[in-house]
Design a protein around this ligand. Structure first.
Ligand SMILES: [Zn+2]
Length: 442
């Protein structure tokens, strides 16, 4: 056929696709043959997984989609009378479990679906790999992979938190500072995920749920101009929709994993939200706390806007002076400048509220001092992370997530951004089974 295509003067593209189809067909029959070499018979009885002995009942066929197309697998089937269900030990050995996708295809699918929306992911698989998978299966498989990864991370955090696992110290030279930058952002969710929750919309109904995101990175050197430089490839990300306390456990475990116990200086960066500082106080009482400079600047802009009429033509000068004071970490001067604003009535109350932000966070805004210590004073890293990890995949127009679905995809994206993509696929067998159960349940 290929020869005929050339003879008829068809273009290279037709030839390529025809050959790919032929190679894929050859591949799937090869794979089917290899799989047939072991029928999965493990004796008359096999462990059912719940402590019973399941009995061999014969062979059953199953279709699996793989990166080289669909294959038919015939394997020994066992039935457990106590549990009332059957199993094929061969499925777990192959890493397919109850799923109808091979691990290789599940990995490809997760990569595509972590990167682009499910429908586009299905389109990419078809166009790039010649594999037809429905959008629903792409979603289910990727979410199952993400759910298993989330469970594996939680299990690791639990093991570190309970000291059953002690992370290795960081390799020499040990970084000088470990930063923990924390932020939150709203993800649009389906109605049932916000039932009974108050929101910021006009109807008072919430449309989003907050995902908490942390970026941990290290810093050892300053550049020629004296600015801190983030250590190359040192950022790791984690995320959860769960309450602050749970988030704290994950952050704590990740900080330990990153060598918090061996690194001289810990720095906690946040936007000024109270829950962030409560967390920092509890988990890392020795850490230096810094309010992200850009968030603090925004608060000054807000105050200047509030006072725009009062300041009339002087607004911009007034703001510039306050921004300078902020840069120098001179919060007392900002407070004095704010109190000088001669508001009447309710505006005075708003001014006091705005100033309270600076009063409460004054010790976290000593920017000149932090600069002298060679520290980062902006949490740009985690905000960029929020935008790229969460925003560019979970907040696209028209999207409405379940918390389960959003968590699974956000986890995949965090693992990828952390350079831990391969670790998703290096789980022990017991965690592979989580994938299967998640898939079964969805
Ligand atoms: Zn059983």
């Amino acid at each position: 056929m290929a020869a005929r295509a050339v003879a008829e003067g068809n273009d290279l593209e037709v030839l390529e696709l025809a050959i790919r189809t032929a190679v894929t067909r050859l591949g799937s029959s090869l794979l089917e043959g290899l799989l047939a070499a072991d029928g999965g018979y493990r004796g008359p009885r096999a462990d059912c997984g719940s402590g019973h002995q399941a009995v061999f009942t014969g062979y059953r066929a199953k279709n699996i989609d793989t990166v080289v197309g669909p294959v038919r697998l015939r394997r020994a089937w066992y039935h457990c009378a106590a549990c009332g269900h059957g199993l094929a030990p061969r499925d777990d050995e192959l890493g397919t479990g109850h799923a109808s996708m091979s691990p290789g295809l599940a990995r490809m699918t997760a990569r595509a679906a972590a990167t682009v929306p499910f429908a586009r992911a299905a389109g990419l698989l078809a166009e790039l790999a010649g594999i037809e998978v429905t959008v629903k299966r792409v979603e289910r498989s990727a979410e199952a992979t993400g759910t298993a990864a989330t469970a594996a991370i939680a299990a690791q955090a639990e093991a570190i938190g309970s000291r059953r696992v002690v992370p290795l110290p960081p390799p020499d030279p040990v970084p000088d500072m470990l930063y923990i930058a924390v932020d939150g952002t709203g993800v649009p969710v389906v109605a049932r995920e916000v039932e009974g929750r108050k929101g910021k919309t006009e109807t008072g109904k919430a449309r989003t749920r907050e995902v908490k995101l942390a970026c941990l990175f290290t810093q050892t050197t300053l550049n020629d101009d004296g600015y801190p430089v983030r250590d190359t490839a040192s950022s790791t990300y984690l995320e959860t929709f769960e309450p602050a306390e749970r988030f704290g456990q994950l952050v704590d475990a990740e900080a330990r994993r990153r060598g918090a116990g061996h690194i001289r200086q810990l720095v906690f960066l946040g936007d000024g939200a109270a829950w962030i500082w409560n967390l920092a106080d509890q988990l890392f009482p020795a850490a230096t706390q810094i309010v992200d400079l850009y968030h603090a600047r925004e608060h000054l802009h807000d105050l200047a806007n509030l006072a725009a009429r009062l300041l009339a033509g002087h607004r911009d000068d007034w703001l510039a002076a306050r921004l300078d004071e902020l840069d120098n970490g001179n919060v007392e001067a900002i407070l004095a400048g704010g109190r000088d604003l001669d508001f009447l009535g309710s505006l005075a109350g708003e001014r006091d509220k705005a100033l309270a932000y600076f009063t409460n966070n004054a010790h976290r805004m000593r920017y000149q001092h932090f600069r002298d210590l060679g520290m980062f004073i902006g949490s740009g890293v985690v905000e960029a992370g929020c935008k790229s990890i969460i925003g560019q995949r979970l907040k696209l127009s028209g999207m409405r997530w379940t918390i389960h679905g959003a968590t699974s995809i956000a986890t995949l994206r965090c693992q990828d951004a952390s350079g831990n993509w391969d670790q998703i696929w290096q789980r022990p067998r017991s965690q592979t089974q989580l994938t299967d159960h998640a898939l079964q349940a969805s």
